[in-house]
Design a protein around this ligand. Structure first.
Ligand code: C5P
Length: 401
């Protein structure tokens, strides 16, 4: 699925070394179906050429308000009408000041004043002292009050050799922000705690007991919740997946570690979504040295203890978060999932067929609540996650606390 299909974005470049990141951004945004119209300030052309941006975007690039290619000199109007968003990246100190004060003395600044209701996203890029300067901070506050969305900046090494806040986001981060911008903000300001992936239970220093969960569903839900405006903590067992942009990830291995991490986060969370495939048992007599093959050919005598049920423990907390469970069943999905919902004491339980969902990129979710069940179509996991997040937002806000 193309995340930016039918979206036309006006991309405004102003002067800054970070201009090079926008070449990559244009390609990635196009891969997601976006049409990008690039507008550059004169200063930006000192860092990257209009020829490069034109070749990458496949569309005319505008710098001059008096461009002879626009016969009526109305580029500032033509470009913004029907656009889905204006993204100014990199946004220099000077351009932010111009935006905050409504200056209109080149094509890009004029266009930003003439934009009407078209949303404005601004990705600052500057030296840390310039970012921290009270005038810049005042201007950014003013821009936010005027409805602009400020993306970043990040902290780190700067082109000038200093280290601090003011780095522009990377191309993939800008893209994640743009995609998120178009998602409904149903979890704005809410704190969502999610478990994902398998757990790994130690047998000895080189052997573990684990399962085939990939973590894809939990990670997709973490991304969808963050896109919906939530602050997300993802407690993850071992997976090969990248952390979704903007999500705070806590790595654990065993069920006991996952339990401890979740219990310390849960009291600060509004919503808990337990997606992890937690091992039911751990090895009670795990060895600190590698188990040797028995000369008599016998298998080692492993003893198992039951792991804590993380979801049930959170669901049992007085004044705890709204809890959502998962059930991967191999048969009798409806009976098993509804029975599990009641046993765990959670208002919402999401069922799917393990043989279809494990390690797959698509899933067919069935949502079980006190009101009955609701089946979603077969969807890519991110789309299913977005649908689920909307439902969780709706049901959790209806619940009395
Ligand atoms: O009991 P069962 O493993 O079938 O329940 C699945 C649900 O409970 C999932 O939401 C899973 O993340 C959660 N769970 C848990 N702690 C366990 C076992 C399962 O949080 N020890």
């Amino acid at each position: 699925m193309l995340e930016l299909a039918n979206k036309r974005i006006v991309l405004g470049l102003t002067g800054g070394v970070a201009c090079y990141k926008l070449a990559e951004f244009v390609r990635r945004a196009q891969d997601q179906g976006a049409v990008i119209d690039v507008v550059m300030t004169e200063a930006a052309t000192h860092f990257i050429t209009p020829v490069t941006m034109q070749a990458l975007s496949g569309r005319p690039v505008f710098v001059d308000a008096w461009d002879p290619r626009v016969p009526n000199n109305m580029a500032h109007i033509n470009l913004t009408r029907g656009a889905d968003a204006i993204l100014v990246a990199p946004a220099s100190t000077d351009f932010i000041a111009k935006l905050a004060h409504g200056h209109a003395n080149d094509l890009l600044s004029t266009l930003c004043v003439a934009k009407g209701t078209c949303p404005l996203l601004v990705a600052p890029a500057m030296n840390r002292e310039m970012w921290l300067h009270p005038a810049t901070q005042r201007n950014v506050t003013q821009l936010q009050a005027d409805g602009a969305l400020i993306l970043g900046p990040a902290e780190g090494n700067q082109a000038c050799g200093e280290v601090g806040s003011g780095r522009m986001l990377e191309a993939h981060e800008l893209l994640a922000e743009l995609i998120a911008f178009f998602q409904p903000k149903t979890l704005s300001g809410r704190r969502v705690l999610i478990t994902a992936g398998p757990t790994s239970e130690k047998i000895d220093p080189v052997r573990v007991l684990t399962n085939r969960s990939s973590g894809k569903m939990g990670y997709a839900i973490a991304q969808a919740a963050r896109e919906a405006g939530a602050q997300v903590v993802l407690v993850s067992g071992p997976t090969a997946l990248d952390t979704p942009y903007g999500v705070n990830r806590v790595d654990v291995e065993s069920a006991a570690q996952m339990h401890a991490a979740v219990m310390s986060e849960a009291r600060h969370s509004d919503i808990f979504i337990a997606v992890a495939a937690v091992a039911d048992w751990h090895v009670a007599n795990a060895s600190d040295s590698k188990l040797k093959k028995n000369p008599d050919g016998k298998a080692p005598d492993l003893q198992f203890s039951v792991n804590p049920d993380i979801l049930a423990d959170v669901a049992g907390m007085a004044d705890g978060p709204y809890c959502v469970g998962f059930a991967a069943e191999t048969e009798n999905l409806h009976q098993n999932a509804e029975a599990k919902r009641q046993r765990k004491g959670v208002p919402l339980l999401v069922g799917n067929l393990a043989q279809q969902a494990m390690n797959a990129d698509t899933t067919e979710l069935v949502l079980f609540s006190q009101q009955g069940s609701q089946k979603l179509p077969v969807l890519p996991k991110l789309d299913a996650a977005r649908r689920l997040v909307q439902e969780v937002a709706r049901q959790s806000s209806a619940r009395p606390r």
